[in-house]
Design a protein around this ligand. Structure first.
Ligand SMILES: Cc1cc2nc3c(=O)[nH]c(=O)nc-3n(C[C@H](O)[C@H](O)[C@H](O)COP(=O)(O)O)c2cc1C
Length: 184
């Protein structure tokens, strides 16, 4: 027996993408987005509302970075999704996030978050969705084991849209492209 919930914007997992940008004058903004994912090979898409400062910045500067929200920075990640720089000029200071410039694109990297996709704007597609070319992925040494990403060290979070929670990702329950072979 299934219960029907009707038309909803519900999907699991939804990411916690922390988008950092510069404006025309080099001032940083950062925001949280859950409506996003891989678009095509080496490309990312994010559904961004036109009202955000971040959207203006991406249009103006044509670049952005996307860092993965993690369990160590939940309050900061949520805060930058609640407050717009258009409404509070102290948003960045209050967020507690700090930044350094990407060596690949004209966008800031959020230093506290350990994995970052550095992107150039490819296009705003016909529905106003931002498509970015992933120029580089950088990962802090501290979350690597034998030079590979260690998910338990990164502790990425996912957004639960039904319960309005952030949930940590980490348990390994199988091997991709392998476990299914047993059923062949
Ligand atoms: C969990 C969460 C997910 C969000 N996802 C999106 C999203 O996918 N797209 C979007 O346009 N805004 C999203 N927002 C809202 C923006 O992050 C928010 O409006 C932010 O204040 C915009 O900041 P800015 O105007 O400084 O760019 C989300 C907020 C939260 C808390």
């Amino acid at each position: 027996m299934r219960k029907n919930f009707g038309k909803k914007t519900w999907l699991y997992p939804m990411p916690v993408l922390i988008i950092a940008t510069y404006d025309k004058n080099g001032e940083v903004d950062v925001m949280n987005a859950a409506w996003g994912g891989i678009y095509d090979t080496n490309q990312i898409m994010i559904c961004l509302d036109h009202s955000h400062k971040t959207t203006d910045n991406i249009k103006d500067v044509q670049a952005f970075s996307v860092s993965i929200g993690d369990k160590y920075n939940v309050d900061k990640c949520d805060y930058v999704g609640i407050i717009s720089l258009k409404k509070d000029k102290d948003k960045i200071k209050k967020s507690g996030f700090t930044f350094e410039k990407s060596g690949f694109v004209n966008a800031p990297i959020t230093k506290e978050l350990k994995m970052t996709l550095e992107c150039k704007l490819n296009k705003f597609n016909e529905d106003g969705i931002v498509v970015g070319d992933i120029v580089n992925v950088s990962i802090d040494d501290s979350v690597l084991t034998n030079d590979k990403l260690d998910l338990n060290k990164l502790a990425p979070i996912t957004f639960d849209p039904i319960n309005n929670k952030y949930v940590v990702i980490g348990e390994n329950v199988g091997n991709a492209f392998k476990d299914g072979m047993k059923l062949k």
